[in-house]
Write a protein that binds this ligand. Sequence first.
Ligand code: NDP
Length: 294
Amino acid sequence: MEINRETVKINGKKAAAAVRAEVASAVRCLREQGKRAPKLSVILVGEDAASRTYVKGKEKACQEVGIESETIVLPAETSQDDLLQAIRRLNEDSHTDGILVQLPLPPQIDEEQVVQAIDPDKDVDGFHIRNVGKLTKGKAARYLPCTPSGIIELLHRNQIPIEGKHCVVIGRSNLVGKPLALLLLEENGTVTLCHSKTADLSSFCRSADILVVATGNPRMIHGSMIKPGAVVIDVGIHRGEKGLCGDVDTESCMGIASAITPVPGGVGPMTVAMLMKNCLEAYRVLHAGRAEKQ
Ligand code: NDP
């Protein structure tokens, strides 16, 4: 095995700050033209501590880039009908550009029905079936899900080529793995999508030029499982006694991988930055729609 290679830590904070700065500059331009700021409405059902932290992070990012944000907090016992009604109100509100329902939702709520109730033009998470369908068709997609599109942005901004590379994605969730596989394919990568039933996972890992790990298992991928010179993207986030860690054992990959995303400070910051980008796009979509109707 090749060792003592210099492994670059891919700086997600820096790339995310650059994305946010671009959004902030676009919002400033709108304001200078006398237009209102884009607005994101977030619905939070219940008191889940992790969800509250994620929502706070989104509010902070909005504030930083000049996007107006509103958080609608509903009690944990909210009924399906009441939640759907709140979404309908936001769908019809001409001052709300982006709508996001923070997941997971309490057990009495049908998550899928809620996601599909959001106006696809305001679906800044990119989870609506219309946006997912567009994603499968290629470049026509308007709102790309934030974590996968953040990973592509991170690769681009670090001049990591995708075309012709063997990209192995471990994890096939609708949130991360599946959409990411489609995006890598769109970038002309040769994609292998692995999951918990994949036989001989290690051999797929060892053949990857770009290895993306999104399994939800702390430190499951070790340096001994990766190809020397591979780019390793760690999507996992786990809070342990020693702080945060990912799905990859970062230390054991140092000196073997050519580049790796750290946890924290890798993929995580990109997710919220891409949400800001989607909110700006939603504003443009709504305004373009109005201009067409006028
Ligand atoms: P899910 O639990 O929805 O999906 C996990 C996927 O990993 C499944 O497809 C599962 O396979 C696969 N998997 C699980 N164990 C193994 C294994 N031992 N070998 C191979 N494949 C396995 O998780 P998410 O996609 O939502 O999230 C994945 C990770 O990313 C989590 O740690 C999460 O916290 C993190 N995350 C981070 C974000 C960020 O902004 N940084 C955003 C979203 C998620 P199968 O389908 O067969 O069950």
